[in-house]
Design a protein around this ligand. Structure first.
Ligand SMILES: [Zn+2]
Length: 288
């Protein structure tokens, strides 16, 4: 009888420490040249819709409130992963320091969505974290893939600055199908209308490109999903997600949710959405 009781106890504790434990996500927004008031609820819904996450939102003070911004210091250590929907003025030094340290030590993961990679051009460590982002032509090297799938580098100062020289629906091509996030994705899938970011620039250190998209604007394959190792921290980065409609895509949803799980834990248990797009057909999420 005692043995049976012990077994039951073990089973109970394994359950509460395992599958039932949700990943704690903090979305940061509050300033963005995009409509963060509309997109944060979509990010939250996509994440919570998987039942794998709990999501809190930290909204920064509005622009030009320097004193309030110095005090803006969400308790990052309470979370497993930060998702940035922020593209605004610099945070205070205390928050920058918290963020750098926790990420570098692998205590939190980081997810960069679309215009979040436009932020903090003058923050050296941020550029290391995101690998590459929306910077002028002198803001670092750029990386693209040629038609043979070979990585090509353009030096800082050469070529064009960052932009979105094509906007519309486009195909995403998986370049590394063995990564936990992309495993099982069709090697090509159709994304709904979005800005196709090109000429992302930065230090490009410890970057792994998982997927690209051919831009009709630049005529090359632009990085569309990538990871960055920042110390012990995992960063997941996608320049997709210009607006709520671009996020209402089962391809974006699968990418975001699995990317967030991976950044938090280093593994992916979430299956791809059953509505995931194919090489032939996009798969918008109905608005409701
Ligand atoms: Zn945009």
């Amino acid at each position: 009888m005692r043995v049976l009781f012990a077994t039951l106890l073990l089973a109970g504790s394994a359950l509460s420490a395992g599958a039932a434990e949700k990943i704690k996500v903090l979305v940061i927004d509050g300033q963005n040249n995009h409509n963060w008031q509309q997109t944060t609820p979509v990010l939250k819904k996509l994440l919570e819709g998987t039942d794998r996450f709990t999501v809190e939102v930290a909204t920064s003070p509005p622009a030009n409130k320097k004193e309030e911004m110095e005090k803006f210091r969400p308790e990052l250590a309470k979370f497993d992963v930060v998702v940035s929907n922020y593209n605004g003025q610099p945070w205070g030094k205390a928050l920058n320091d918290d963020f750098e340290k926790l990420l570098k030590d692998g205590k939190i993961g980081f997810v960069v969505v679309h215009a979040a990679n436009n932020a903090f051009g003058g923050w050296k460590e941020y550029n290391q974290m995101i690998g590459m982002g929306w910077r002028g032509k002198t803001g670092g090297d750029r990386l693209f893939l040629n038609d043979e799938g070979k990585a090509q580098t353009v030096k800082s100062g050469e070529g064009d600055g960052s932009g979105h020289r094509y906007t519309g629906p486009f195909a995403v091509t998986v370049r590394d199908g063995d990564h936990p996030v992309t495993k099982g994705m069709p090697m090509e899938w159709q994304h709904v209308r979005d800005e196709l970011y090109d000429n992302m620039r930065g230090p490009i250190e410890n970057v792994k490109v998982l997927a690209t998209a051919f831009s009709k604007g630049t005529k090359v394959h632009e990085p569309m999903i990538w990871t960055v190792s920042y110390g012990k921290g995992r960063v997941f980065h996608t320049p997709m997600g210009h607006d709520a409609n671009a996020m209402r895509c089962w391809g974006f949803a699968g990418t975001l949710t699995r990317g967030t799980e991976w950044a938090a834990t280093g593994a992916v248990t979430l299956p791809l959405p059953k509505e995931f797009p194919t090489a032939e057909k996009a798969s918008p999420i109905p608005e409701k």
